[in-house]
Ligand binder design. Sequence first.
Ligand SMILES: [Zn+2]
Length: 85
Amino acid sequence: MVGRFQIKEAAMNCVICKTGQISAGNAIVTLQRGETTLVIKNVPADVCDNCGEYYLSEKMAERVLELGESAVKKGVEVEVMRWAA
Ligand SMILES: [Zn+2]
């Protein structure tokens, strides 16, 4: 399948730096597909305290992807938004 957003799933240990501790925090999530770039601030996520990599829960990833899909449908080029719980 072409053009799917890729979101990393939650993990206990940081898979990027291997040494980081992951704890609850907020992330800035950037989605890109074709001509659409969507930046979502303040997304609840597990964040690595070492390298800053973030991990979204499955539920959060779904909601983030929904926002991404609707941005694509609207023909958004660049949009910055804040997560609304
Ligand atoms: Zn890390």
